[in-house]
Design a protein around this ligand. Sequence first.
Ligand code: DAH
Length: 346
Amino acid sequence: MENLLKQIKERLENEIKEIKISEDFERLEKKYFGRKGEFTIAIKSLKDLAEEQRPVIGKLANGVKKEIEELLENAKQKINPIQRKAKEFLFGFDPTLQGSKKELGHLHPCTLVLNEIIDIMSSMGFMVIDGPELESEYYNFEALNIPASHPARDMQDTYFIKTDKNFKYSEKLVLRTQTSALQVRTIEQFGAPLRAIFPGRCFRNEATDASHDNTFYQIEGLMIDKNISIANLVSVMNNILSQIFKREIKTRLRPGYFPFVEPGFELDINCLICGGEGCSVCGDGWLEIMPCGLVNPKVLEYGGLDPKEYSGFAFGIGFTRLVMMLYGINDIRLLQSGDLRFIKQF
Ligand code: DAH
């Protein structure tokens, strides 16, 4: 019996060396461990042994079994995975089965709308400018006529970044609260005349709800030239809105205060979710979508332009809100939730 077990092990060792593909394993396993396998039969014959011999040989048989199993396992690991795949492909391929569909990614709703707006604005001669999300306090506030003591800063509480004392710039840094931060940067870089939009992500220290998030998108527009008036501002904005919504949109213009425009306005559109009746997104049926105004002469000066020679208008599209309007999304937080059930609908 002892000899028989050893022989089985030796034979198997030799056969394992010849193995190349996974089917061979199945064959070997059946040959030795199957119901009528050599090893199985040997074990069954244990019961014919003398009683005192049984525990000794039984132990030996268990040891051999373990060794054999290890041998098989090791050999399995070594099998060439490509060969295995090829074999599986040839023998496991059923051309009548339905294929598995590869899912393609797609653009986020914000990107879809942004692409459209970029098209509209570039057709009107506006260039598209990108800028830093980690912005200096100077461009985010000071250069926009919002000095440190100005109450307007309270409305835009944000994340102030601690800088190391070895940091090479003396500027204090903040996560920008508004894309307006790019106004002076752009004037400095390109001078006048100028037509540009600045789409981008902004941040505020907000308590979140259906219409507020701490991270959101704005699109700023800036046009500077000689003799720019409110008429130019209104006509460009109406043009943009009617192209975006592809229909006449009810709007209202009311006075608004922003330190970097003078005079300043709020352009509201009739809420497309509730049709103007009032809902959790708009409140009273109107949605503040485009604050705007004529560029404050101080801002032009910060940018190095002479306000006697140049004037301009600026507007800020509440871009995230616009996307919500366009798609009828009733909670701003969904847009950044990463929830596939939501995002796959676009
Ligand atoms: N940056 C302002 C905000 O986030 C919005 C704004 C107001 C932008 C008036 C403008 C403007 O360009 O003229 O509250």
